[in-house]
Design a protein around this ligand. Structure first.
Ligand code: WT7
Length: 650
């Protein structure tokens, strides 16, 4: 599959001549402003990463920086550290004890601040609660929470005692939650009764109850009371967070973990129906998250850093919790949606809390564009000094809008390319060095080796091809939970065993800048959320009236991509608008609302090759209204013509 956006987007980018230099003022104060860093680190990337590692606290130093047995890497071999200690204790017990670590704003407008000292107390208490419930080092803990401080506290408490957390985004369904719990045999779930979303309470506990009906490994459920507290209760299994926290001791020694001990598992979609539990370990991940937070977001003591992601995604792990807190930054956390009570909520938050660095997704930026300039114009955004973008390719138009209307032409923009698997930012401008171009992620972070390769592994100097990472990096995934073969097959088998295949198409210009064009596999990126086409197909076929389905992505103005489904119903079942709604809801029930198809086209037959393979390429052409590609291998070419007609009518 080639990226669907490639041709038109590539044309746009080819004509992109606008270049934005960081101002002298920004350069002068930047954490890194010497362009020679790119050459220096090339000479010795291991020494480069070790330099950052020296800035963290270790209980025992490493014997070796890297042990590389492709495709298996160990970083900071033999070292011991604790991720929570590095995020919390070293600041709480040092000069930053009274500095605000977490600045929370709930959707109803309530606020809460936690200094590093207070955060340490809360995290220690939570760690003691987990211990009391029998959690020991290595146990897996599922976290299914709204965006409230307790989500970060729960993650850090797990890290403190060496338990492995697995955060599941609160928008996922009971089925998705139980699949993830079962895959790793998690022992405990931390959740909340609910959280505020669009002005009302979005219940979470009932979904957990439903999931636990088929997840027998769970022994205890810890429930934070964020809503009205009126949820169903299973005595002996369910415990109120605030009750156990009230009794817990506020001191807890951190567990000194091996650098390669598992820190967390985070599930993400792939090209099969089964999500992958991406495994991240401790030392290398922390060094990567710390270094990129420091240099890409240029974090200073005076910054208020706001990353709008949910902690359920990797962005929330690396740039709400581990990276900024390891830097001793003040992190803003916001619970709700950007348009409640009105479309200026984000700008009001920036004004109120004097946010200095703001990191969000292109989908959000495109929504803001739609809502109009009057919303940001009505707020004082002068505290902002740096902007970031992540999650999907940012179209130049959105980039320019962001630059002009939010950054007021003053703030550099860092368009950061990375993945759940990479753990931290990989391709990005350095805001005090890089001259940026709208839509381009620009250059690999120092210490990261990226290339554009063709299918057979030949390097492409200037031009388009597949993005490849050619050396190991500290934050890289160490495996897929319980499935090392899939790890090797998915990521390290396209070329040689030492070259990582991220699944993205990219192009490089004469200046050596990378343009990331989007996925080249059967993975969709809908509003920056990764959705596997096979998962959606599985959810559709799970419906008792569906015979067959094929799911593809189609271009969407705001979401980047939308889910387009083609469905064949069983004999005798009538297609109707009601049936379409029913099937869309069925997908939401099976996976979560984020995976709901935008459109469903009912068809008597799907276009197939003679060997029975569904021709997705043609379906994508149909979904995006393009001229059809080669149809000669089809069993029945008339099928696609009929589909095209239907699509027009839809
Ligand atoms: C996929 C990874 C990284 C955290 C959020 C998503 C796409 C991500 C960019 C960017 C173009 C991007 C890629 C990648 N992507 N950032 N700056 N420019 N594309 O994490 O769910 O693991 O998805 O998101 O296609 O492979 P994820």
């Amino acid at each position: 599959m080639s990226p669907d956006t490639s041709s038109s987007m590539m044309d746009d980018l080819l004509h992109e001549t606008r270049v934005f230099e960081p101002s002298d003022e920004f350069k002068a104060q930047a954490n890194i402003n010497d362009p020679a860093i790119y050459e220096k680190e090339l000479a010795d990337p291991e020494a480069f990463w070790a330099g950052f590692a020296e800035e963290l606290d270790w209980n025992k130093k490493w014997d070796r920086v890297l042990q590389w047995d492709p495709p298996h890497a160990k970083w900071f071999v033999g070292a011991r550290m604790n991720a929570c200690y590095n995020c919390v204790d070293r600041h709480a017990d040092g000069a930053l004890g009274d500095k605000i670590a977490i600045l929370f704003e709930g959707e109803p407008g309530d606020t809460l601040t936690l200094t590093y000292k207070e955060l340490k107390r809360e995290v220690c208490k939570a760690a003691n609660v987990l211990k009391k419930l029998g959690v020991v080092k290595g146990d897996r803990i599922a976290i299914y929470m709204p965006m409230i401080p307790e989500a970060a506290i729960a993650m850090l408490a797990c890290a403190r005692i060496g338990a492995v957390h697995s955060v599941v985004f609160g928008g996922f369904s009971a089925d998705s939650l139980s699949d993830r719990i079962n895959d790793q045999q998690a022992k405990l779930v931390i959740t909340a009764d609910g959280g505020y979303r669009r002005g009302s309470i979005f219940a979470l506990k009932p979904t957990v109850d439903q999931a636990l009906g088929v997840s027998p490994s769970i022994e205890n459920v810890l429930v934070v009371r964020r809503g009205e507290g009126d949820c169903a209760w299973t005595d002996g299994r369910d415990h109120w967070w605030h009750e156990l926290m009230a009794e817990a001791r506020d001191e807890c020694e951190p567990e000194w973990c091996d650098s390669e001990d598992m820190l967390f598992v985070l599930y993400t979609s792939g090209t099969t129906g089964k999500p992958k539990g991406i495994v991240h370990t401790t030392g290398g991940y922390m060094v990567h998250a710390y270094a990129t937070s420091k240099w890409v977001f240029d974090l200073k003591d005076s910054d208020i850093f706001w990353c709008t992601a949910d902690v359920g995604w990797i962005t929330g792990h690396s740039y709400i919790v581990y990276g900024p807190l390891a830097n001793g930054a003040t992190v803003l956390m916001y619970e709700g949606v950007p348009n409640h009570p009105e479309q200026d909520r984000f700008w009001r938050i920036i004004e109120k809390h004097k946010v200095t660095v703001f990191y969000t997704a292109p989908t959000a930026i495109r929504s803001f564009m739609r809502w109009g300039e009057k919303w940001p114009d009505g707020c004082d955004l002068s505290s902002l000094r740096l902007l970031g973008s992540v999650g999907e390719p940012i179209n130049p138009e959105a980039w320019i809008w962001y630059h002009e209307n939010i950054g007021k032409k003053r703030c550099p923009i860092v368009d950061t390319w990375w993945q759940t698997e990479t753990g931290g930012i990989m391709i990005t401008p350095l805001p005090g060095i890089t001259a940026t171009k709208p839509g381009l992620a620009t250059r690999p972070f120092p210490g990261i080796a990226a290339e554009i390769l063709n299918e057979t592994g030949e390097k492409i100097g200037v031009g388009g091809g597949l993005l490849a990472i050619t050396s190991p990096w500290p934050g890289m995934l160490r495996g897929i939970y319980g499935d090392m073969d899939r790890y090797v097959d998915t990521y390290w088998s396209k070329w040689d065993k030492g070259t990582y295949f991220p699944g993205d198409g990219a192009k490089r210009d004469a200046q050596g800048y990378f343009w990331i064009l989007g996925r080249v596999d059967d993975v969709l990126n809908v509003s920056g959320h990764r959705i596997g086409t096979m998962e959606v197909e599985g959810a559709l076929v799970d419906h008792h009236e569906v015979a067959e389905s094929a799911v593809v992505g189609k271009k969407h103005e705001v979401k980047g991509q939308a889910v387009a489904a083609f469905v064949t119903l069983k004999e005798g079942i009538e297609a109707s608008l009601e049936k379409e709604t029913e099937l869309r809801n069925h997908v939401a029930k099976k996976i979560g609302a984020i995976a709901k198809p935008d459109s469903i086209i009912f068809t008597a037959e799907l276009p197939k090759t003679r060997s029975g393979k569904i021709m997705r390429r043609l379906l994508r052409d149909v979904a995006e209204g393009r001229a059809l590609g080669d149809t000669t291998t089809l069993t029945d070419p008339a099928v696609v013509d009929q589909l095209k007609e239907k699509y027009k009518d839809d």
